[in-house]
Design a protein around this ligand. Structure first.
Ligand code: SF4
Length: 302
């Protein structure tokens, strides 16, 4: 294992590469990454980073976003089969149809989406900045794609807007049920419940705190409580435990793991850096269209 880590460090130098990792990948990959964070943070890092190669330990839409923002850099993915099912969960025809139905409409696209879907949107959002971005839009009608649960959570806080929802979802967050959270609360009545807004509304309603993965980490770190029930992908435990060695974190079930994020291993990070394989390529017209929506998000969210 140590040899493998040394090899990766050496390859990073040789390739002049930076390794970005999402909070949901395995601990050992997070431990060796140059930057670890949620989608919003990593998109901003990718924008600022000046290294020749960006190796993105995450799922495909993350590598695409990095490439959209950094066309001159090589972006490589440790495993091209690491793909987020939710990122595909909308038909382009449905976007066109809703655009025809509403005049005063903004198509708001969660960053967990393919470049093609982003290219049909007006603005992107992440779970960290969705409220800020959507509340600043002049349009009354908001078509929120692809994730229904995040859309409903943001919609519940902006009654002045008319939200139209799409039926996309994250299977990992949807597997967290109200019943399981209630059971966990019964066993650990002293614990605070921290919920990601990709969870279903009945789970969100049980949250003492609702927010992005970064938000959950920051909340638990600042809290004077020392026990928490975590309602998101459990990769986040690595950072939670690093920052809070004296605190205790519980899951609510056995399915809080994203099989796609778990495809990323030290071995495939090493192989990708060594062979510079799995390069992300996008047609320029598609990249430019998708970039508009990402740029708009970065402009509004800062
Ligand atoms: S946790 Fe859910 S939203 Fe995130 S990559 Fe996995 S399937 Fe997609």
């Amino acid at each position: 294992m140590d040899e493998l880590k040394k090899e990766i460090e050496q390859l990073k130098k040789e390739r002049n590469a930076v390794l970005l990792a999402h909070y949901y990948v395995d601990d050992e990959v997070q431990a060796i990454a140059d930057y670890v964070g949620d989608s919003y943070y990593l998109a901003k890092v990718a924008l600022k980073e000046s290294k020749d190669v960006i190796c993105f330990a995450g799922v495909n839409f993350m590598g695409e976003s990095a490439k959209i923002l950094n066309p001159d850099r090589m972006v490589v993915m440790p495993d091209q089969l690491a793909d987020c099912p939710m990122a595909h969960m909308i038909d382009i025809d449905k976007i066109k149809q809703v655009r025809e139905e509403y005049d005063d409409l903004a198509v708001v696209c969660y960053i967990n989406s393919t470049a093609e879907i982003k290219s049909y949107a007006d603005v992107c959002v992440t779970s960290s900045n969705a409220l800020k971005v959507v509340s600043s839009l002049p349009q009354k009608n908001i078509f929120f794609i692809p994730d229904e649960n995040l859309g409903r959570y943001i919609g519940s806080q902006l009654p002045e807007k008319n939200f139209i929802y799409n039926d996309g979802f994250c299977h990992v967050h949807r597997s967290i049920t109200k019943e399981n959270v209630l059971k966990a609360k019964e066993v650990h009545p002293e614990a605070e419940v921290l919920v990601h807004p990709e969870c279903t509304p009945d789970v969100v309603a049980l949250g003492d705190y609702v927010g992005s993965t970064s938000g959950i980490i920051n909340y638990a770190t600042a809290s004077d409580k020392d026990t928490f029930i975590i309602c998101t992908e459990m990769g986040v435990l690595y950072e939670l435990k690093q920052k809070n060695p004296g605190k205790t974190f519980y899951s609510v079930g056995h399915r809080q793991f994203c099989p796609n994020m778990k495809r990323i291993t030290l071995e495939n990070v090493r192989d990708t850096l060594r062979d510079l394989k799995n390069q992300v390529e996008l047609p320029e017209d598609l990249r430019l269209k998708a970039k508009k929506a990402l740029d708009e998000m970065l402009r509004i969210a800062g």
